[in-house]
Design a protein around this ligand. Structure first.
Ligand code: ZN
Length: 370
């Protein structure tokens, strides 16, 4: 099926849910998080800086509003035809009071992770000034939980995004030579993604070589690449609004004994985790399988980050394959599986694939071999 920005847009599923008589502790749901707003409405406006906003949704049992400003009006009308579009002109907090009054809101659900303390205060002050008795109800992960399970359109969009990222790397890796710098390599990768049609990068590419590869989130430097040292790459595209995320670790010339041993442990840990993924299993258990294997080979202290994360409209979203959080895997979830071993002074190895959870277990979405 052809995917363009319209067909890749997921349907606003929460609306159908909120229209049913469900037991929610609020009658109006205010959506501020950019990815959630896009997911529910199709509106692709971007917030920019953390204290800026391209718009917000208000969802009640009977109405759905997208509130934005003049910069986004035309875009909002085109992209979110199922929403009433309202443009605020003056003070946002006082406009919000008008809207909430119109919606007859008594209990306002808001995303606690996004509404700043300052804006919460301002809104509360305005409500008090107007004598509006509205209870503010903090919520968490309502839309994120829906986003974690992908529909076939979304899966298709993710596959295409990943295919683009992989094809760019296939062309990139044959050009790898000693003497190039990390920064130059990162730029080649970045340029390749854009030239291949990515909307944007999913995140700035990581190119970490030699000892720098001991830092899981190293920033590319002027370091020059040599033979026989680990070269760690972590990159991804955003295409039709959906992200991909992949890591590979390579060596030019002959790898040293450490590389061969470490690589094998990471690869086995990844495979064991992928084999364990199926509906009904918890993310913590999957993480533990990889972590225990790495620990059993003596590298327990060298794997600090979580095993993986969901990927979709955001590069990092639910489910989280981590010892700290546990989610039960469901059909349609997409997650990375990215164990790593990092040894200060030497370097590191991380291998990252993306998998989809199906009835029969994990299906690896990557086409290139690890
Ligand atoms: Zn990742």
């Amino acid at each position: 099926m052809k995917v363009n920005s319209t067909s890749a847009r997921p349907p606003p599923r929460i609306l159908r849910q909120t229209r049913q008589p469900v037991d929610r502790p609020f009658d109006t749901f205010m959506v501020l998080i950019e990815e959630n707003r896009r997911y529910l409405s199709g509106f692709t406006g971007q917030d920019g800086h953390f204290d800026e906003s391209a718009g917000m949704l208000f969802i009640t049992e009977h109405r759905q509003l997208l509130v934005t400003d003049s910069r986004y009006e035309l875009q909002a009308r085109t992209e979110a035809p199922e929403f009433e579009i309202l443009c605020y002109k003056n003070d946002l907090a006082s406009s919000l009071c008008d809207i909430l009054e119109d919606l007859k809101t008594k209990r306002l659900g808001f995303e606690a992770a996004r509404l700043s303390f300052r804006n919460h205060q301002r809104l509360q002050e305005q409500l008090n000034k107007r004598g509006l008795k509205i209870t503010m109800v903090p919520t968490e992960n309502l839309v994120e939980t829906l986003r974690a399970v992908k529909d076939p359109h979304e899966l298709d969009a993710i596959r295409r995004s990943l295919a683009l990222s992989e094809s760019v790397f296939d062309r990139f890796r044959v050009k790898l030579r000693p003497g190039l710098t990390e920064k130059a390599l990162a730029w080649t990768l970045e340029k390749g993604l854009r030239e291949a049609g990515a909307d944007s990068l999913a995140f700035p590419p990581i190119v970490a070589t030699g000892p720098n590869a001991a830092m899981p989130h190293a920033v590319p430097t002027e370091r020059v690449v040599s033979e026989s040292e680990p070269l760690l790459f972590d990159w991804g595209a955003r295409l039709n609004g959906y992200c991909s995320d992949i890591s590979r670790t390579l060596v030019l010339g002959t790898p040293d004994a450490t590389f061969a041993a470490v690589y094998q442990v990471v690869r086995d840990a990844q495979q064991m985790a992928i084999d364990a993924i199926k509906p009904g299993v918890t993310t913590r258990d999957v993480d533990k399988i990889a972590r225990d294997h790495i620990a059993s080979k003596g590298f327990g202290e060298r794997f600090g980050h979580s095993l993986g994360h969901g990927v979709g409209i955001a590069t990092h979203e639910g489910p989280h394959l981590s010892p700290l959080r546990s989610t039960t895997l469901e059909i349609g979830m997409v997650t990375t599986v990215e164990p790593g071993i990092y040894i200060p002074g030497w370097g590191g190895v991380r291998l990252e694939n993306m998998v989809a959870v199906t009835e029969n277990g994990a299906v690896v979405l990557n086409r290139s071999p690890v």
